[in-house]
Design a protein around this ligand. Structure first.
Ligand code: IPE
Ligand code: IPE
Ligand code: MG
Length: 280
């Protein structure tokens, strides 16, 4: 099985992007505005969620082609359970259908499926479908697609602290061992690097309890498009904008070695700085 390649004009745009700077290793997206997209067209909110699935398909494919390694999409938050029962239930049906419909195509595109969130809270058939997809795609080497479902940053951190508490009580974890790296390793996202680029659609400037620990140094991009109209063209704009940023990680411009290929890792930047400082 091979990754479906971009063609024609799209391929040119991708090549230009790849040639003009670092492509983010990890992109996280708050997929917002489905309801407003539908309402603007006089349609029920679910029609927006439905069309949003087509955006997910396009963005997943484009990210794979660009060489993005991880894509985390916020599909359903802990707080979204508070929506009207009918919308929640339609969303769960749509999720099930999308997983069933898209599984083969994702697999063909070498996508590796992962999920973060309180999965046990999802309907049993959705849980089964997720586990089936994760198992099917576990050896794939392309894009890792992480679905954030029944997820929130505070849920994740609370969970981590509860597990750490148990280990402290049983004596297997000591206070001195609690470092930032250790906390990171207790989060649902422990297997993935922090996002380099966080995109939110629909023009809202908020995080809505997404990856609050992990985005400490992510670059933020707010798109005015509602999620169902956010397609690869808008993704390229976001990546191009990202490439023009200077990620300083608390340091100053002069400390960043612009000639090296990746400025994504703050520790590498710091190591370089310490090395050059000890020489002088
Ligand atoms: C995002 O779109 C999808 C979910 C949160 C599940 P919304 O449903 O939040 O749409 P708006 O923001 O109300 O337009
Ligand atoms: C954030 O969107 C959650 C998802 C995209 C899944 P919301 O629509 O729930 O966020 P708020 O309520 O506008 O902050
Ligand atoms: Mg919303």
């Amino acid at each position: 099985m091979a990754l479906e390649k971009a063609t024609g004009h799209d391929k040119k745009l991708q090549d230009r992007l790849i040639g003009s700077g670092d492509v983010p290793r990890h992109i996280a997206i708050i997929m917002d505005g489905n309801g407003r997209w539908a309402q603007k067209r006089g349609l029920p909110r679910i029609a927006g969620h439905h069309e949003g699935v087509n955006s997910v398909r396009d963005i997943v494919e484009a990210c794979g082609q660009l060489g993005v390694k991880y894509l985390t999409v916020y599909a359903f938050s802990t707080e979204n359970w508070k929506r009207p029962q009918e919308e929640v239930s339609l969303l769960m049906r749509l999720l099930l259908k999308a997983l069933r419909d898209e599984k083969d195509r994702l697999h063909q595109n070498e996508v590796k499926l992962k999920v973060v969130g309180d999965i046990a809270a999802l309907p049993q058939d959705v849980q089964d479908e997720l586990l089936d997809g994760i198992e099917k795609m576990k050896d794939n080497k392309g894009l890792t697609l992480i679905l954030a479902l029944s997820y929130s940053g505070r849920w994740d951190i609370t969970n981590a602290i509860q597990r750490m508490y148990d280990e402290i009580r049983s004596g297997s974890l000591k206070k001195e061992q609690i470092t930032q790296e250790l906390i990171t390793s207790y989060l649902a996202t422990k297997d993935f690097p922090d996002p380099d680029l966080l995109i939110r659609t629909s023009g809202e400037f908020r995080i809505s309890n997404f990856l609050i620990w992990q985005i400490a140094y992510s670059e933020l991009f707010i798109s005015q498009e509602f999620w169902p109209s956010f397609r690869r063209k808008q993704l390229y704009e976001a990546v191009s904008n990202f490439q023009r940023r200077e990620r300083r990680f608390g340091m100053v411009s002069e400390q960043l070695n612009k000639n090296e290929s990746s400025g994504l890792d703050p520790l590498r930047g710091m190591e370089r700085f310490l090395k050059s400082a000890s020489k002088s």
